[in-house]
Design a protein around this ligand. Structure first.
Ligand SMILES: [Mg+2]
Ligand SMILES: [Zn+2]
Length: 258
């Protein structure tokens, strides 16, 4: 059976109520926290560097895993995910955090099984229990070349959503979804939950007012959408925009919209 739709979630400040990279480092070490705020290094590389330093100073993997259990995730967001899943939606995370943090946090809250895909930076534990984090697109890899100017070097969330849509057997961007039968299939409904500027690019894949773009209030995505010195930013979004502050607003919106 075709899925009811594709629900994509950014992770930091969207699915969870904090920035996981920052939260973990602050939990581990005040010194490294200072480094986060002052180093000019690319963000993913900086996470890896901080974790290397932490391990070098005798820091344990257990404390990192413990920090993941302290990450705040609103129960209403969990209910929203469960509702989407129960209605036949495919759930995916598209995030500039990393695989180990996201998996660990979802497992802690017992909702890992709800998500079909986690698109993010790779991470792994080595034999010494040191956590390594890598860029999804390596420094020496082919650049994504996204023209929007909002995507970070290591990930274009829009292109990742394109791949998810192709896996679902549809291509929203080309507007010519095709089923195996050769008959056009309706483009899947989409929703996207985000808070940051890099959550703008994937929202360009939503083509209908049936689609819902949940934009968190008071953060960089809201400011970007409402920029007045550059024209056409808001106009390029075809989805219905719902500004939200707390997860209960998403839950109640979904309860009436699904
Ligand atoms: Mg975010
Ligand atoms: Zn992009």
């Amino acid at each position: 059976m075709a899925p009811a739709g594709l629900a994509c979630f950014d992770f930091d400040w969207s699915l969870i109520d904090t920035d996981s990279d920052r939260f973990v480092i602050e939990y581990l070490s005040p010194v490294l926290r200072h480094k986060l705020d002052t180093s000019p290094m690319q963000w993913t590389d900086l996470q890896n560097e901080c974790l290397k330093e932490y391990h070098g100073q005798g820091g344990t993997g257990d404390k990192i895993r413990e920090s993941l259990t302290k990450i705040p995730l609103d129960n209403n967001m969990i209910q929203a995910c469960r509702l989407l899943y129960s209605k036949g939606w495919v759930l995916a995370i598209v995030s500039d955090a990393n695989q180990v943090y996201i998996e660990g946090i979802l497992e802690h809250y017992g909702i890992r099984n709800l998500f079909s895909a986690i698109i993010t930076n790779p991470a792994f534990w080595d034999a010494q229990d040191r956590l390594h984090i890598q860029r999804l697109i390596p420094a020496d890899g082919t650049p994504h070349g996204c023209p929007t100017g909002v995507c970070s070097l290591n990930i274009c969330k829009g292109q990742e959503v394109d791949k998810l849509l192709l896996q679902l057997g549809n291509d929203n961007q080309a507007g010519i979804p095709v089923e195996l039968s050769g008959k056009p299939a309706p483009a899947p409904r989409m929703l996207y939950v985000g808070d940051g500027r890099n959550d703008y690019c994937p929202a360009l894949r939503m083509k209908s007012l049936q689609d819902i773009y949940f934009v968190r209030k008071g953060r960089s995505l809201e400011k970007y959408l409402n920029k007045t010195d550059v024209s056409g930013i808001r106009e390029a979004i075809y989805a219905r925009i719902v500004y939200w502050d707390k997860a209960d607003e998403i839950l109640s919106e979904l309860q009436s919209a699904l």
